[in-house]
Design a protein around this ligand. Structure first.
Ligand SMILES: C[S@@+](CC[C@H](N)C(=O)[O-])C[C@H]1O[C@@H](n2cnc3c(N)ncnc32)[C@H](O)[C@@H]1O
Length: 245
């Protein structure tokens, strides 16, 4: 990739994260509701966000647990900069080297980050050791791929992308159990409004299916035709939440 393309790609990735947060923001709130339910009365005091990115989860956690300190961990300088700008305590650490030295934690949150890590087993074992008595680890992954329309052209593109292994993440239950946790999994599906942000996200996302290996030419043509016209959106997405204690 040229520098220009790298920059464009990076910008597109950053923008997609922010748009996902905006469009499906209620979904992480719903995930946090499920988590809060499971945690019961005791509000965590020390929260660690692993792979905090642009701060989507960290902001929700800070709002949900106002008396907690939220430590945002990442290794990407741009993400760390964005996190510091929002007032978070940050830790520059490579999660490939295991759980960072953040001291005991009551809640460890890892949203869309665990599948990036080279040695999840080591990280999970470290997380378990770092949890205070009664603490919990929440692992969140986007399940499947977002849906923007119910149009068959999108459905075909999404199916081809899933078949090609896009957004593949493991079922974390066995890895969590192997690290000594007791695990419950919940899938949370939510819809979103057909608004400007959803439109921008759809137009950033859907053309990606044109590059799926194995998408048949007729499906590609149908997708191109869909993108050439106005879109009627019914956005929907699912997140999987593993609560490990
Ligand atoms: C897809 S983003 C998720 C961001 C955020 N948690 C969210 O839910 O929107 C993954 C984040 O994990 C970070 N990350 C990936 N591998 C990492 C590693 N080995 N060490 C530290 N951070 C890592 C990336 O820099 C990125 O910010």
């Amino acid at each position: 990739m040229s520098h220009h393309h790298q920059r464009e790609h990076r910008h597109g990735h950053h923008r997609a994260l922010d748009l996902d947060a905006h469009v499906f923001g209620d979904q992480l709130t719903a995930v946090l509701d499920a988590l809060t339910d499971a945690l019961g009365q005791a509000a965590p005091r020390r929260v660690v966000d692993l792979g905090a990115g642009t701060g989507t989860g960290a902001r929700l956690l800070r709002d949900r647990f106002p008396t907690a300190t939220v430590t945002a961990v990442d290794h990407d300088p741009a993400m760390l900069h964005a996190l510091r700008a929002q007032g978070f305590t940050t830790l520059d650490a490579d999660l490939d080297h295991g759980f960072p030295a953040v001291g005991p934690a009551d809640l460890v949150w890892a949203s869309s980050s665990l599948h990036h890590v080279a040695d999840p087993a080591a990280l999970l074992t470290g997380a378990r050791a770092a949890l205070a008595p009664g603490g919990a680890l929440a692992v969140v992954e986007v399940e499947g791929l977002p849906r923007f329309t119910t149009h068959p052209a999108e459905t075909a593109g999404r199916a081809a992308a899933l078949a090609a292994g896009w957004n593949h993440h493991p079922d974390w239950t066995p890895a969590l159990e192997a690290a000594g946790f007791t695990v419950t999994r919940r899938d949370v599906t939510t819809g979103a409004a057909d608004d400007d942000a959803a439109r921008e996200y759809a137009r950033l996302w859907l053309p990606r299916y044109l590059h799926v290996e194995g998408l048949d030419p007729a499906a590609a043509d149908a997708l191109t035709a869909l993108l050439d016209g106005p879109l009627t959106l019914e956005p929907q997405a699912t997140r999987a939440l593993w609560i490990a204690r």
